[in-house]
Ligand binder design. Structure first.
Ligand code: SER
Length: 314
């Protein structure tokens, strides 16, 4: 892994992945790609490209001699429900362009799937690696189809594409862009700024979540694993912690005792209810030694510490 391209580099994960790849994984060059200009203080090469435009994408791969792509550009679940056509186009055409362009080359691809690949009929507790999927959001449908497409390109064309099903990701650097799990990030900003938050899912809504540092390490580690270790070519279940919205609010209260959380569910409640509560990720743990570091207490403590610094700076 020498010359890496990160698509969706302005997004929640993309904006943090480049630093980690250079700092901890000795990647020589990271090139960012996004439909928008780079976010300051991003100083690396940055290409403004629409991922649905295959030839522009091809040009970037050739220009920078890319050998690994982290294809993160995507429309998330809540935004996808407002514009399903756009979600299909960006998520599916974007992924197919990547897979087509790397066919017959040695370029490796990381592509994130999600807990959204599961649906109302999937087991909610300890959701196994192989089980009923049946997603009901357009985002989840694109993840389901995308997983099958990745597996197909691996089987038919030997494309080395690897994937994990991310849970909700909690981070402080860049805010998430329109997912159902965004309440688990927004709550921290509002707790610090106003000591009150109106949560858009019910207090008892329980979803799998993960701290950004763990999510980034998962992406890097699955990509650095030996090819022989990767037995799943659709996407690996990946988990860290699961908690209810109320448990999260209570954990924040340990640090901000006068914080108050109201629960007023909106359309995202139905999406949250269709997803698993607790994921079984034992296959990833066994095959490429996946391990998470942050539990709810550690996430809360670090989020509050980092966000207090960030909000004061603004
Ligand atoms: N965080 C994503 C979302 O809520 C799930 O992958 O859409």
């Amino acid at each position: 892994m020498k010359n890496v391209l990160v698509t969706g580099v302005n997004g929640q994960i993309g904006s943090e992945l480049s630093d980690l790849l250079e700092a901890k994984y000795n990647v020589d060059k990271v090139v960012g790609l996004d439909i928008r200009p780079s976010l300051p203080p991003y100083k690396r090469a940055h290409e403004i490209v629409d991922i649905t435009k295959k030839e522009a994408f091809r040009h970037v791969l050739e220009k920078h001699q890319i050998d690994t792509i982290f294809h993160l550009a995507s429309i998330l679940s809540a935004v996808g429900e407002k514009n399903p056509d756009q979600a299909w186009d960006i998520n599916m055409t974007g992924l197919k362009n990547v897979l087509d362009l790397v066919r017959g080359t040695a370029i490796k691809v990381f592509w994130p799937s999600s807990i959204a690949v599961f649906g109302p009929n999937s087991p909610k507790m300890n959701t196994p690696q192989d089980t009923i999927l049946g997603p009901t959001t357009m985002y989840g449908i694109t993840k389901n189809a995308g997983e099958l497409l990745c597996n197909y390109y691996f089987d038919k064309f030997d494309v080395d594409v690897r994937s994990v099903r991310y849970p909700g990701i909690i981070s402080y650097k860049t805010e998430p862009g329109g997912g159902t799990t965004d309440y688990a990030v927004e709550i921290f900003y509002e707790a610090i700024k106003h000591k009150v938050y109106t949560c858009f899912v019910t207090s008892q809504t329980c979803l799998p979540m993960m701290y950004m540092e763990d999510a980034l390490h998962a992406a890097a580690e699955v990509m650095f694993a030996d090819k022989a270790q990767i037995g799943v070519r659709t996407s690996y279940n990946l988990a860290a912690v699961s908690f209810t919205a109320e448990e999260l609010a209570e954990e924040i209260k340990k640090h901000i005792p006068d914080f108050h959380c109201n629960f007023v569910p909106d359309f995202r409640q139905k999406i949250a209810e269709s997803w698993p509560r607790v994921i079984d990720d034992s296959v990833a743990r066994k095959e490429w030694a996946w391990q998470h570091k942050y539990d709810l207490a550690a996430i809360t403590e670090d989020m509050l510490t980092q966000l207090k610094k960030k909000i004061k700076l603004n």
